[in-house]
Design a protein around this ligand. Sequence first.
Ligand code: HEC
Length: 119
Amino acid sequence: MWRAILSWSLLGVVCLGCDLGDQPLSEVDPEAAPAEPTWTEHVQPLMEIYCTACHAPDAQTGESEGYGFDTCAKTKRAWGPLYQSTFVVRDMPPGGAPRPLSWELLTLERWHAQGARCD
Ligand code: HEC
């Protein structure tokens, strides 16, 4: 778990200079994201980096707007609003909070397109 977070953070740092998350997903190198993302290994660590500080039962703000992204089931259920706010409107994460990089967004999208597996 911590190893996964650490390695993902390191990847994020390596890529910070080259990818600010503003690339259209169609232009992201398909190899940059895992081929078959899983909740435990890939998606949960991203949710913990970018979302659960505000969207989890123990977050300071509670589950903001009723959205919690601390479990696979809740994240799957909220995919529509998640997609809208993070990929389309881009108001989440809000303000100056760190935003997912393009390859991380591709990971999320691929995870969902492949059936949002919870293993
Ligand atoms: C710094 C705290 C914070 C972070 C980090 C954050 N959110 Fe939010 N989010 C909020 C608050 C507060 C609201 C309710 C008020 C609002 O809409 O601005 C909200 C509302 C939402 C909503 C409801 C619709 C909307 O756009 O208002 C969705 C969906 C959402 N967040 C998804 C996410 C996702 C996915 C992430 C991570 C990629 C994320 N948020 C990160 C604080 C946060």
